[in-house]
Design a protein around this ligand. Structure first.
Ligand SMILES: CC(C)(COP(=O)(O)OP(=O)(O)OC[C@H]1O[C@@H](n2cnc3c(N)ncnc32)[C@H](O)[C@@H]1OP(=O)(O)O)[C@@H](O)C(=O)NCCC(=O)NCCS
Length: 213
């Protein structure tokens, strides 16, 4: 999706930046992990296929991806962006006849960053971005039945079980954004700053994500 190609979202613990080709080598290394392949139901790709995938996530109108960076590390002036990468988050508009529905996926790829509240913050940032910038009103997440951490996280964020597919071994959780949930979520995340994304630049002053266009 082109809409976020110049967007940087700065949270408390993380910074989200658009998925660009310079992120692909590290992403490709992550996806060699059998654990991550299992947890994210992904097939291993060649490096060339991973570059094609990155281009498709960048160009296609039904996909929106951010790379998750460690904010503390990213704040160090000499830090290379690739060294700050810790995962990715994306939304996929699954139904061309209903652009208010998005499937959400998140991966904290670096194990040492898990269980520290980053997944929750990133997911809330993405929910807010989807609601305020893309007009999403319903979110879904498909999660392996054994992935108790991910299921617990999404349930904590007001997702409810919609269906279980035993054949694929996955559960679909969903959330409809009603007015009170929308107000609470956007209020809770009002501290998130939206900035113009520039690789390797110093960070200029920004405005709240809900107030910029
Ligand atoms: C699933 C994932 C996104 C969660 O992110 P995280 O940063 O590890 O989780 P957080 O620290 O933000 O915790 C969020 C919630 O998850 C649950 N959780 C986190 N760690 C847990 C653990 N070890 N055991 C059980 N529940 C756990 C809790 O409900 C927690 O909320 P709480 O801290 O308020 O109790 C992350 O672990 C991950 O990416 N794992 C590998 C890839 C993956 O499974 N992706 C999801 C595919 S659907």
């Amino acid at each position: 999706m082109k809409i976020n190609e110049n967007t940087l979202l700065e949270g408390d613990k993380v910074v989200l930046v658009p998925y660009n080709d310079h992120h692909v080598p590290r992403y490709h290394e992550w996806m060699k992990s059998p654990e991550l392949q299992l947890l994210t139901a992904s097939e291993p790709l060649s490096l060339e296929q991973e570059y094609e995938m990155q281009r498709s996530w960048r160009e296609d109108n039904d996909k929106c991806t951010f790379i998750i960076l460690d904010k503390q590390r990213w704040s160090e002036p000499a830090a290379q962006e690739e060294q700050c990468m810790l995962g990715d988050v994306n939304m996929f508009l699954t139904d061309p006849t209903d652009l208010s529905l998005a499937e959400l996926e998140i991966m904290i790829a670096e194990p040492s960053y898990r269980g520290k509240g980053l997944g929750k913050e990133v997911t809330c940032m993405m929910l807010c971005y989807g609601i305020s910038k893309l007009g999403i009103q319903k979110f879904e997440a498909k999660i392996g039945l054994d992935n108790t951490v991910s299921i617990a996280m999404f349930k904590k964020l007001h997702f409810q079980e919609l269906s279980v597919c035993k054949v694929f071994g996955e559960v679909t959780l969903g959330m409809t954004v009603d007015p009170s949930l929308r107000t609470k979520l956007l209020g809770d995340m009002a501290y998130v700053k939206e900035r113009q994304y520039q690789r390797h630049s110093s960070q200029p002053t920004g405005a709240g994500v809900m107030t910029t266009t």
